[in-house]
Design a protein around this ligand. Structure first.
Ligand code: NAG
Length: 320
């Protein structure tokens, strides 16, 4: 394959075909509608959370700063993959230039890495709040929270730059028909060429990051669950659990999907498998987040009610 790309007989590939979900014409309108609804709900829900956290003073705590930061990442995250998919479902155009594909991948990597780091930071935050409640206010304040958010972005950007440098040294020699619904090169890896050291480095970094995030989350939640089980009163237990159960669900789904996505490629999975997993953690998790945090959480519900009351009062006063 490598000789094909560099041999000169064949022109290098500059445009790909994103296969998406096949070309059964009767399925496309249905998929379009489904993904459109998911996209709108995910963006609206996450936007609502960001606005509530920014606007309501009661939610100015590290936990909700993390939640709002996560929500803003989710908005960008679904916006890198879904609009293009929606457009191609409507027009039937499935071509994308290699350059645009790499740009999409670049943003996807930054945002998904930042999301992972934020989820892990939230694990640590919940761990401190539940397992060390007395020291929590001293350990976790606005400044520490800010540092953790900043580090999430620094790690994400450095990692994506590393990947970008690697890709720029390689040639695209995979299939012209790229069997995915967006440009995620992780499960397919269509690049070839000589960049062994960089490739190895990137591989190590991604494995280390994945394992580190997984172990930190696992350790935090093990401690959290143990200390929740130790609480004597059942109301106290419920209260402690309610602050972290939504987060636990998201972390669990996310970690399982990530690990399967990166382990399974070794076994040459059928495309349907990694597409389904991508839909799960790339599209359903962003949708799940606001639902979990707003429906299951008293403080967010209260903030929402206050905001609606204020809005109603405003409209009443101004006769809008
Ligand atoms: C994200 O976190 C930072 C640092 O804690 C905070 O100041 C900021 O308000 C958060 N962003 C949002 C959208 O809430």
């Amino acid at each position: 394959i490598m000789e094909n790309a560099e041999g000169g007989n064949q022109t290098p590939i500059v445009e790909l075909i994103l296969v998406g979900f096949g070309n059964g014409p009767e399925l496309q309108p249905l998929l379009f509608l489904l993904f459109l609804v998911i996209y709108l709900v995910a963006v609206a829900g996450n936007l609502l959370i960001v606005v509530l956290v920014v606007a309501d003073r009661h939610l100015h705590t590290p936990m909700y700063y993390f939640v709002a930061n996560l929500s803003s990442v989710e908005i960008c995250y679904v916006s890198t993959t879904l609009p293009r998919l929606l457009a191609s479902l409507v027009t039937g155009h499935r071509n994308i230039s290699l350059q645009n594909c790499i740009v999409q991948f670049h943003f996807y990597v930054i945002l998904s890495t930042a999301e992972c780091q934020l989820l892990t930071a939230m694990c640590c935050d919940r761990y401190l709040a539940i397992c060390h409640p007395l020291r929590y206010p001293a350990l976790m304040n606005g400044r520490v929270c800010c540092h953790m958010v900043a580090w999430a972005w620094i790690i994400a950007i450095l990692y994506s730059i590393m990947l970008e440098m690697l890709i720029l040294q390689l040639t695209y020699c995979g299939p012209k028909e790229f069997d995915h619904f967006f440009c995620d090169f992780a499960p397919i890896n269509p690049f070839c060429g000589n960049a062994d050291i960089l490739a190895m480095g990137t591989n190590y970094v991604s494995i280390i990051l994945t394992i580190m995030n997984f172990l930190l989350s696992l350790a935090s939640y093990t401690c959290i669950i143990i200390s929740i089980l130790r609480i004597n009163s059942s109301t106290g237990r419920q209260k402690a659990f309610s602050t972290c159960s939504s987060h636990l669900i998201v972390v669990a789904v996310y970690n399982v999907c990530i690990i399967i996505t990166y382990v399974v490629p070794e076994f040459n999975p059928p495309p349907l498998l990694y597409k389904t997993l991508s839909v799960l953690y790339g599209i359903l998790v962003p949708l799940l987040n606001p639902v979990l945090y707003s429906l299951r959480n008293k403080e967010v519900n209260q903030a929402l009610r206050t905001a609606i009351e204020k809005l109603a009062a405003f409209r009443h006063r101004h006769g809008v």
